[in-house]
Design a binder for this molecule. Structure first.
Ligand SMILES: *[C@@H]1O[C@H](CO)[C@@H](O)[C@H](O)[C@H]1NC(C)=O
Ligand SMILES: *[C@@H]1O[C@H](CO)[C@@H](O)[C@H](O)[C@H]1NC(C)=O
Length: 212
């Protein structure tokens, strides 16, 4: 097992090409930038990709922010058909950029998960990271919550319960046109900058395949 402890901002600054396929969370921006970190667990074949989700599973938190969503089945024979997502997003507090997040990333290799292949900590992330790194997901969140899509406006997702029904989503990451192909699992936990309580915990099982 290989562990790397890295601060997100440092990785980001190198402007690398690795993206974590898709994350709904504040962690996304810096995470996507893991490219310079190499491991034998990571497939070295990288290129233009299509990303999709297998599962989004909640894990233990105090329930301040909950993500309970399901994605439709991805059909590899029709890779350009968008997945749809359904479920609930809820937050008891306005979400700005005031979260400290930790991401434990596992990589699928030889039919097993290599747990904690990487561990990352990201200070001061949140709304803006989603808006900039996963714009189509943010579009859906904005449609339901009224969060501003205009990048000139301060980013905030108002507290509320948002019910998503069969929303088509394009898992595209404009800042990361090329990533290593593979199957990944991200366990994301977030807390506020001022407390140790876990406000959010989510496990995302996802995959990036070559774009045909
Ligand atoms: C989403 O929230 C609605 C309204 O609170 C509830 O009826 C429904 O069961 C929830 N769905 C999921 C997937 O949690
Ligand atoms: C969900 O959306 C997809 C794509 O827009 C559509 O083909 C499908 O019929 C919808 N399913 C339901 C249950 O509304």
């Amino acid at each position: 097992m290989i562990r790397h402890h890295v601060v997100g901002h440092q990785i980001h600054a190198r402007g690398s090409v690795f993206l974590l396929p898709f994350i709904l969370l504040w962690t996304i921006g810096p995470l996507l930038a893991l490219g310079n970190v190499r491991s034998k667990n990571i497939n070295n074949f990288a290129g233009p990709y299509i990303a999709f989700g297998h599962k989004f599973d909640p894990c233990p938190s105090d329930g301040t922010i909950e993500v309970l969503i399901r994605a439709s089945h991805f059909n590899p024979a029709r890779p350009y058909d968008l997945q749809t997502i359904s479920g609930n997003l809820s937050s008891k507090e306005d979400m700005k950029d005031n979260y400290w997040s930790r991401v434990e990333m596992a990589v699928r290799s030889n039919n097993q998960w290599k747990d904690n292949a990487f561990i990352f900590n990201f200070p001061r992330l949140g709304c803006t990271a989603i808006r900039e790194q996963v714009p189509d997901l943010f579009r859906i969140i904005a449609k339901h919550s009224g969060a501003p899509t205009d990048k000139a406006a301060p980013c905030v997702i108002p507290a509320g319960v948002y019910v998503l029904k069969n929303e088509s989503v394009s898992w595209t990451f404009p800042n990361f046109p090329v990533i290593p192909y593979g199957r990944y699992r991200f366990r994301v936990t977030s807390r506020s900058i001022t407390s140790r309580t876990t406000l959010l915990c989510l496990e995302v099982d996802c995959e990036a395949i070559p774009k045909p």
